[in-house]
Design a protein around this ligand. Structure first.
Ligand code: HEC
Length: 449
């Protein structure tokens, strides 16, 4: 949300449509007004002023709830009151915030769902192949549902005129499941997510990792082009702070807080945080002394769901150590040594598995468990990595956690009302299978979660 006191206007972004698959929402047709939109209302009465829909009829989880910045920009010699947003769909929008008129839109990373935004109509020119619900084909669409920019705040510097944007490049294979029956405690998006599981072929894994990256992009909102950028190994790096001192601060998924020159992106300083950082730092002064504080810690949907990609983004050892870190010039405090030890994965390769049962378990896992425990059962450092869990070695223990709610106090609800004992056993078989795959790949050590 953003509030403009001059215009007495409140701006808010609207999320995606759900189920994602438009066939299940509105017979695959229509713009679905106000989804993925920026809406302006009168701050006193709430009365509608205007709206701009970034992704009409969206089907890829392209929210427009991202951070909105109000600025006065000189565009074609006229100073315009603008609203700037870089939503999940990968376009950087500059709107006149008095009227809602679209002034410009350019993609800030490579995307394939649309070729461009038509400035006459204000509508994206959508690539028909990306409309998986119409073609019926599995289609790799970028950005993925995690967006080219997620919730991590960007920052505008009046001094440089640039917007510093925590961006990412990810693609996702969308496959419609028009017959999906909604279930409690499950992911009900009308997409067959078993198609998105990354195959266990090292070359394919490498290829997918190469397609995924994180970026800090310094974007010129008037010229609508990149001025400089910094590349990270993976997505989900932190929100950004730019300062009057000409610095840009950003935490990373790899566990650093970095400072760059706002003008050219030169790396000036870096602090190892012992954990991925997703929140934006803040800057403030107390008694004339300047501080930078960041709420360090690793979490959110990317490490929960994305399995090997989260693993890679965090440089191979994703872990959350939540701490408030504060810095000042001449500060000399040090972090205590990292206490977590590397853990060995139990070796379950001696267990014989029935491939049919593993397959059944895979489907149930994807629908009920992958959203927290990770695609391919690879944990992203926030909740336990189930391939390492003692619970998967014993049917009764597994049942008590998964069906009966033994760990409910820790955030792991019991699924007994939705999943049968047979299905729970099948999930257990699938997890043992994932353990065996990791053993084969020699990927058997991780920090404690
Ligand atoms: C909404 C998030 C979420 C979902 C969905 C979820 N879990 Fe969990 N799970 C957790 C959390 C959080 C814990 C840690 C609980 C604790 O530490 O007490 C956990 C712990 C576990 C454990 C114990 C691991 C250990 O070694 O301590 C097992 C086993 C488990 N989950 C299995 C599953 C299965 C199977 C599914 C799908 C049917 C599932 N979970 C779905 C969040 C989730």
């Amino acid at each position: 949300m953003a509030f403009d006191s001059d215009l007495n206007t409140l701006y808010f972004g609207v999320g995606n449509g759900t189920p994602w698959n438009p066939n299940l929402r509105s017979a695959g047709e229509g713009d679905n007004w106000f989804l993925s939109s920026i809406v302006a209302v009168d701050a006193d009465s709430g009365e509608y002023k205007w709206h701009y829909q970034t992704t009409p009829g969206e089907g890829w989880d392209y929210t427009a709830t991202q951070h909105m910045i109000l600025a006065d920009l000189k565009i074609k010699e006229i100073v315009r009151k603008v609203l700037i947003q870089a939503p999940k769909n990968g376009f950087f929008y500059v709107l006149d915030r008095e009227t809602g008129e679209l002034l410009s839109a350019e993609n800030f990373v490579d995307i394939n769902w649309a070729s461009h935004v038509d400035l006459e109509t204000g509508r994206p020119v959508v690539n028909p192949e990306a409309q998986y619900w119409k073609t019926g084909k599995t289609t790799f669409v970028s950005p993925a549902f995690l967006g080219a920019h997620n919730w991590h705040p960007m920052s505008y510097s009046k001094d440089t005129g640039l917007v510093y944007l925590p961006a990412q490049e990810l693609a996702f294979p969308y496959m419609a499941d028009d017959n999906q029956v909604p279930k409690n405690l499950a992911v009900n998006i009308g997409i067959d997510t078993t198609f998105s599981a990354i195959p266990d072929i090292p070359e394919v894994i490498d290829e997918i990792k190469k397609m995924s990256k994180g970026l800090l992009v310094a974007w010129d909102p008037v010229a609508q082009k990149e001025v400089w950028s910094v590349e990270y190994p993976g997505a989900w790096n932190g929100g950004v702070l730019s300062t009057a001192g000409g610095l840009v601060f950003q935490g990373t998924a790899t566990g650093f807080l970095n400072a760059y020159s706002a003008i050219d992106g030169e790396a000036l300083w870096s602090f190892p945080t012992q954990t991925g950082v997703v929140a934006p730092p803040i800057s403030y002064a107390v008694d004339g002394e300047q501080y930078i504080t960041v709420s360090a810690g690793w979490g959110g949907i990317f490490p929960l769901i994305s399995g090997v990609l989260a693993w890679d983004a965090a440089d191979g050892q994703p872990i959350n150590r939540s701490r408030l870190l504060t810095f000042k010039l001449g500060g000399s405090a040090e972090l205590p040594p990292a206490s977590e030890q590397l853990r060995d994965m139990p070796d379950l390769t001696a267990i014989d598995l029935d491939p049919e049962v593993v397959k059944l378990g895979f489907g149930v896992y994807e629908r009920f468990c992958a959203g927290c425990h990770g695609g391919g059962a690879i944990g992203g450092g926030v909740v336990p990595d189930l391939r390492y869990s003692g619970f998967i070695q014993e049917a009764a223990a597994f049942k008590s956690a998964v069906l009966d709610g033994l760990l409910e106090a820790g955030g792991m609800v019991g699924f007994g009302s939705e999943i049968s004992e047979e299905e729970a056993e099948a999930i257990r078989a699938y997890l043992i299978f994932r353990n065996q795959v990791a053993q084969k790949l020699g990927d058997t050590k991780r920090l404690s979660r």
